[in-house]
Write a protein that binds this ligand. Structure first.
Ligand code: ATP
Ligand code: ZN
Length: 586
């Protein structure tokens, strides 16, 4: 690879394979690891840059019992990676970014790698990159340095990081919302521990049978006694272990493991034959067997922030070689091409579309990446058809496309199956339509089908505010009480609690006044350009003299001191007169 220029000062450079920025002194060793990871993949899948094989399954169809993939660093095709790394102009990734770091070529002509590589940005190549494995899977980081956010548990000083660095993996429960990186973190731990000779086995609690757990345990025992190898067992969605199986419900505790699994499982976690890593979206204090919980460290992961999501999406944008269009920019004017080629082979995405996506995916990186993939896929498909007759102006992915992509992503990649969302939607709409009959029907369909009662209860809490609102403020109390009731007594006893609440809601008066008004405020904030207006001085608190001198609190009229209603502005100057309660098209 190209010698790092200006090595005397610690510059950061970008890894051509995984696009990560890192100190130039680390690039060589990092690159070796990256390429090796890609090479492993190449051996198993052939190295021609053809569409990724169809055997690559979406995450929803992960094998039930399988050793984890060998640390695949799946984002670049291996050949591309090697070529890129060996190429005099570092890589086409740099090229694709169009921001020409360290003076590397900034256009497609600068990546003359034969065999049509020069048109890496064309819709066709992009379409191939989008084919097969979901983007989220391909971009799953396999080292901590690619893992975004979650500083609270993985920061430099954190316990988890030091444990990882010392290769001492305790049993862990990773608790966090969907798509925040629980499975990814487990994979990173797996990679880390494999280097240390440990085995890593994955089970999904949604599909694993008690026998599968037994098999894992007995194999782990063999490995330990014969080869002194430890086993890490990753159980995804550990809170679902009670679903299809026999559940022991102790009156005080919801035990989640089937009884014989408990017998076989616990002692082995205890004596260290198996290190357990469980992932769950549910509060483990309620959903994980207390005995098991006491043997595990609970790591709380947070919903990814909008900024973190933007970073993850930008990595995908670079991987796909998309050009980002700033506000008001047109494809032709922003094209970084050499001029020898028109923008016809370029695919653009609006900056605003990326921001919106980062915002709308609500901290769920899988949803965000899938949304991006579907939006781009759809646009590229259209672009290719329209381009058949002649040149086009390049393909632009806009905010609207991204929103559509998100919607489709919800349907396509829903792991628990579409039915789950269909039914909850039918329940929601029946209650909204005040049809108590239908509401009860959909509730029963879900509960009888094994739906998590807390999932329904959460939706009821939401419904109480979104659809009933101030028409009957008691509804919210009812919903929260129902949620807590379900929490403490579990199925099947809690079904009647939910039924009562559902019927109450179907019969309740409805109002979306607050829901709509709040939506208007959010829209107002979203549409705002430039810095947000300052908080008016008279509304600011002035606890110190300096602040008083600065005019904080000056002119504020303390309402209880006035007999008559007080005339006073509470909104920033530029929003004076704004009425968020005004009805608008929703
Ligand atoms: N912190 C992160 N940094 C970078 N990428 C991430 C992060 N979290 C998630 N991703 C991306 O999102 C995808 C899905 O994440 P992951 O499977 O780890 O989520 P999860 O928390 O296990 O979700 P679920 O509860 O739905 O299983 C990953 O393949 C990866 O591409
Ligand atoms: Zn890398």
């Amino acid at each position: 690879m190209e010698p790092a220029e200006g090595a005397e000062e610690e510059r950061s450079v970008q890894c051509p394979v995984c696009l990560w920025e890192l100190p130039s002194s680390d690039i060589n060793s990092h690159l070796d690891r990256c390429l090796q990871a890609c090479g492993d993949e190449a051996e198993s899948s052939g190295s021609e840059p053809e569409p990724p094989s169809a055997e690559a399954e979406p995450s929803s169809k992960r094998p039930r019992l399988a050793a984890a993939p060998s640390g695949s660093h799946a984002e670049g095709r291996p050949e591309e990676a090697r070529r890129a790394a060996g190429s005099p102009v570092l890589s086409f990734f740099h090229t694709c970014r169009g921001v020409g770091r360290s003076g590397a070529g900034r256009n497609e002509a600068a990546a003359p790698t034969g065999r049509g590589r020069a048109v890496v940005r064309s819709g066709d190549v992009l379409a191939r990159k989008l084919h097969g494995k979901p983007l989220a899977e391909r971009l799953r980081p396999d080292t901590l340095c690619h893992y975004v956010g979650q500083e609270q548990v993985l920061g430099a000083q954190s316990l988890l990081r030091s444990l990882l660095e010392s290769h001492e993996i305790p049993s862990l429960i990773l608790w966090g919302p969907p798509g925040c990186g629980k499975t990814t973190l487990a994979h990173i731990i797996a990679n880390n521990s494999k280097k240390n000779g440990m085995r890593f086995v994955t089970l999904s609690a949604t599909s694993a049978k008690t026998n599968d757990v037994r098999d894992v345990i007995s194999q782990a025992q063999n490995e330990k006694s014969l080869f002194k190898r430890k086993t890490i067992l990753f159980i995804d969605e550990i809170h679902r272990f009670n679903k299809s199986q026999q559940v022991v419900i102790d009156r005080d505790q919801l035990f989640l493991l089937p009884s014989h699994a408990q017998d076989t499982f616990l002692p082995h976690v205890e004596c260290g034959t198996v290190t357990l890593i469980g992932a769950t979206t549910e509060n483990p204090s309620f959903q994980v067997n207390a005995a098991l919980l006491s043997r595990c460290r609970v790591i709380v992961l947070e919903k990814l922030s909008v900024e973190a999501m933007e970073a993850i999406l930008m990595r995908a944008v670079r991987f796909l070689g998309l050009q980002v269009l700033g506000q008001g920019e047109q494809p032709s004017t922003s094209a970084t091409g050499s001029g020898s080629k028109s923008s016809e082979s370029l695919v653009y995405i609006e900056k605003k579309a990326l921001n919106t996506l980062a915002y709308l995916c609500d901290g769920d990186a899988r949803t965000g990446l899938n949304g991006l993939q579907l939006a781009v896929q759809a646009r590229v498909a259209v672009g290719r058809t329209t381009a058949k007759g002649g040149a086009t102006d390049g393909i632009v992915v806009t905010e609207e496309h991204v929103k559509e992509g998100l919607q489709r992503s919800h349907i396509l990649y829903d792991r628990a199956g579409e039915e789950h969302y269909n039914c909850i939607s039918a329940l929601h709409k029946s209650m909204r339509g005040s049809d108590e009959n239908a509401s009860l029907y959909w509730l029963a369909r879900m509960l009888e089908g094994g739906e998590d009662p807390l999932y329904v209860a959460r939706r009821l809490v939401r419904f109480a505010s979104e659809d009933i609102g101030l028409a009957d403020p008691l509804a919210l109390t009812q919903a929260v009480a129902a949620y807590q009731g379900c929490h403490s007594i579990g199925m099947p006893e809690c079904e009647v609690i939910l039924a009562q609440c559902v019927v109450y809601f179907a019969r309740a008066p409805k109002s979306i006044e607050v829901y709509r008004a709040y939506g208007n405020v959010k829209e107002c904030l979203r549409m705002h350009t430039g810095p947000l207006p300052p908080v008016p001085l008279h509304l600011r608190n002035a606890p110190t003299k300096l602040m008083k001198n600065l005019g904080y609190g000056k002119g504020y009229k303390y309402n209880p001191m006035y007999k008559e209603p007080v005339e006073q502005d509470y909104l920033p100057e530029e929003l004076k007169g704004a009425n968020f309660f005004k009805e608008r098209e929703m």
